[in-house]
Design a protein around this ligand. Structure first.
Ligand code: ADP
Length: 190
């Protein structure tokens, strides 16, 4: 199985690049942000809970996020591989993911970490906020909270995969196509 963690700060281009990777490698896309937003739209209990954190730019608690991811994995017993987008976002989530995959007899193949500097992220997110309908993309203070949370809680997840020799850092500045080619090259070299 090919199991990819597509990693990076908010606005790094994970969603955009996920679409290219899914098409190229026939992977099942698991985006925790998308799943939370679908639950908010459907007004489920999980959605209501997640919204209270997301609106502020905070992370949804690990236990909630991990249980949700577990049930999404169970819904796809025949997948050829997965692309994890926006997950894991904390070290406990990364540990839980390793266990979940191990119980299926598989593991993470590679973490692709998109690197984009902070000012560029803010510009991209505010630009996206004009059309995305995402309230967390329109308020500069909420964007700053998300970036701060990324730096504090999420960036250390890179060390977790580096310790397993699975981290590949990818320059996230350039055209969409250029970045896609960098990602393909890293995967094809596996
Ligand atoms: P972005 O990458 O632009 O921040 P996402 O769509 O991945 O957007 O996530 C939006 C929000 O959903 C996050 O700010 C956070 O509140 C919540 N979220 C998504 N994934 C996770 C996760 N793995 N753990 C905790 N919260 C999450």
């Amino acid at each position: 199985m090919l199991n990819i963690v597509l990693f990076g700060p908010p606005g790094a281009g994970k969603g955009t690049q996920s679409e290219k990777l899914i098409e190229q490698y026939q992977l099942k896309h698991l985006s925790t942000g998308d799943i939370f937003r679908a639950n908010i739209k459907g007004e489920t209990e999980l959605g209501l809970l997640a919204k209270s954190y997301m609106d502020k730019g905070d992370l949804v608690p690990d236990e909630v996020t991990i249980n949700m991811l577990k049930s999404e994995l169970e819904k796809a017993p025949d997948a050829k591989g997965f692309i994890f987008d926006g997950f894991p976002r904390t070290t406990p989530q990364a540990e839980a993911l390793d266990q979940l995959l191990e119980s299926r007899g598989t593991q993470i193949s590679i973490m692709l970490a998109l690197e984009v500097e902070e000012n560029e992220l803010k510009t991209r997110l505010l630009e996206r906020g004009k059309t995305s309908g995402r309230s967390d993309d329109t308020d500069p203070a909420i964007i700053q909270t998300r970036i701060d949370n990324y730096n504090r809680e999420t960036a250390p997840v890179k060390d977790f995969y580096a310790a397993q020799n699975k981290l590949q850092v990818i320059d996230g500045i350039g055209s969409i196509e250029e970045i896609t080619q960098r990602l393909f090259a890293a995967i094809d070299a596996l």
